[in-house]
Structures are given as C-alpha cells and as structure tokens.
Design a protein around this ligand. Structure first.
Ligand code: DAK
Length: 260
C-alpha cells in the first residue's frame, strides 16, 4: 500500500508507523487515519512482525489532535462519520494480536492522545505534553478519549483533565498512570526498540492472549473474566511454544519461540 501522510517501516520483529505531517504537528485528518488503519492491518498480518510502534515525525509532536481545519465545518452527520473512523482505528489497534507501543515525542493532544491511549504501552520523551483540550473548542473527545482516559487514570484525574482541557507534562502523565515511562528525547526510539524486542522475544501466542484477555476481560464481571483466563491458559498447553519454553527452562537454555 502507498501512503502519503505516514511512513511505514518493517524492522522485524518490529513494525513502525510514523505520522508524517510535521508542519501540521501531525494532526489527524481522515486520510491520515485511514492510512494508519491500513498500515496497522498490513503490519499486523505480517508473520515476522511481533510488535507495532506508532510515533510522530519531527521533534514537536506525536499528534496535536484531530485536524481542526478538517473538522471546523463538519455537519452532524459528517462529524459522526469522522468519530466512527477514529473509533475504528483505535479499536483495530486494540484488537490486533501484536502489542502496540506509542512513542510520544512531543504534543499528544486531543485525537492524538486518544490514539496513544488505544495503544498498549505509551513511552514518552521528556518534552512530551499530554491532554484532552477539546473543551477549548466546545466539543468532547470523539475517538474514545472520555472512556479510555478514565480507564487509564481513574475518574478523579480523568474528569479534571476532560473538564479543564489542561495539558500535563510527561512526568505528571506518568505519575497519574497515563503513560509508562519517560526518556530523554534523543534516547526515546532506541528505548522503544529495546522494549519492543524484549516483548518480541517472549512467546508470541502468550503475549497475544495476554493482550486479548486484558481487552476482553477488563470490563467483564471478575468471575466471567477469570473463566476466560482459565480457558486461554489451558489452551496454550496445546502449543509447541509452551512445551519448548518449559523444556528450555528445565534444560537451562534460551527459548526460541516460533508462534505455534
Ligand atoms: N489541527 C489542525 N492543525 C493543527 C492542529 C490541529 N489539531 N494543531 C496544530 N496545527 C497546525 C497549526 O494550525 C499550524 O498550522 P499553520 O497555521 O502553520 O498552517 C501548525 O500546526 C503549527 O502549529 P502552531 O503554530 O499552533 O504551533 P505552536 O507551537 O505555536 O503551538 C500547540 C502548538 C499544540 C499548542 C497548538 O498548535 C495547538 O493548540 N494546537 C491545537 C491543539 C488541540 O486543540 N488539539 C485538540 C484538537 S480537537 C469528534 C471527533 C474528534 C474529536 C472531537 C470530536 N467528533 C466527531 C464528535 C477530536 C478533537 C480534537 O482532537
């Protein structure tokens, strides 16, 4: 697939999507979101890709929001379609097997932060800034932010951020549990690649199932979620990787997982 607003690189076992509209601070217009959606599909169906990374080009932004210039004159029907596109993209990120890491290298605002929060893990540079400033524009987040933010940081902080539109720095975002770790800007991508390769070295079916269990189980009653865990745990004993991994431990060897 040819893309105009994103760059896609395969560095097996890692696939990298870079939002590439730096002059617009990587604002997410429909075309860019459709391209990211296409790239997520393409990379996630590659057998040699075990982790996806999403980042922004330039030094200023991961993505400074949904594209306000595209949104300004949307009708109610068009706004609904725009929101559905954002939801489809964020849900796709949550539903693919591979973990997705957001490497946030600057502003992560509005729709950009909603995209980041759909990712499994968020690593940020020290200059990153996070927020849901939609209320400044008299709208609410439209790509799932009202739901994913409070699930990440809890109701107290989530409400505050959503009602004030305040922007927080990377350390504050880490303290409230929105993001995982903060690195110096010039080390961010190296650290992200290191963490990605660490995840990719684990049993891929186990990582994929852990992702699915968290996604499907999080909003279920505990007893139902635990039942799914039992089924998945048992099912993994039908895989070659499980036998291989446990034997490797006993024989003090390093396992090499094949994903079967
Ligand atoms: N959209 C479009 N262009 C943007 C943009 C954005 N979100 N953010 C920045 N840009 C553009 C600027 O317009 C400028 O373009 P030119 O004027 O040069 O053409 C260029 O990027 C550089 O930006 P600045 O000159 O403003 O750069 P500064 O360093 O001075 O300021 C900033 C950086 C991030 C503080 C500032 O750009 C800013 O405040 N940006 C907007 C941040 C924001 O409000 N983000 C949230 C957007 S709203 C929904 C669906 C979705 C959503 C809501 C509802 N439904 C359908 C219901 C989601 C909404 C959002 O995400």
């Amino acid at each position: 697939m040819a893309f105009e607003n994103i760059l896609v690189e395969k560095k097996p076992p890692v696939g990298i999507i870079t939002i590439n509209r730096p002059e617009q601070l990587n604002a997410l217009n429909s075309k860019t979101m459709m391209e990211i959606y296409g790239a997520v599909g393409e990379l996630s169906s590659s057998e040699d890709i075990r982790v996806l990374v999403i980042t922004g080009s330039g030094k200023k932004a991961f993505a400074a929001g949904a594209d306000i210039k595209e949104m300004v004159n949307l009708s109610v029907t068009q706004a609904r379609a725009f929101s559905e596109l954002g939801h489809r993209l964020c849900t796709a990120i949550e539903e693919i097997q591979q973990p997705v890491i957001a490497a946030v290298n600057g502003f992560s605002l509005g729709g950009g932060n909603e995209l980041a929060m759909a990712c499994d893990i968020i690593y940020a540079s020290e200059n990153a800034r996070f927020g849901q400033p939609e209320v400044n524009l008299a709208v609410v987040p439209g790509f799932g932010g009202t739901q994913r933010l409070v699930r990440r940081v809890g109701l107290a902080k989530g409400r505050e951020l959503l009602y004030t539109g305040e922007i927080v720095n990377a350390q504050e975002a880490k303290t409230m549990g929105m993001i995982n770790e903060v690195y110096p800007a010039d080390e961010l991508m190296d650290k992200v690649m290191e963490r990605s390769r660490l995840i990719a070295s684990k049993g891929p079916l186990a990582v994929a199932q852990a992702k699915r269990l968290i996604y499907q189980g999080f909003d279920l009653p505990l007893c139902g979620a635990l039942e799914i865990e039992r089924q998945v745990f048992a099912g993994l004993f039908g895989t070659n990787d499980q036998r291989h991994g446990m034997k490797a431990f006993i024989e003090k060897k390093k396992p090499e997982y094949k994903g079967n």
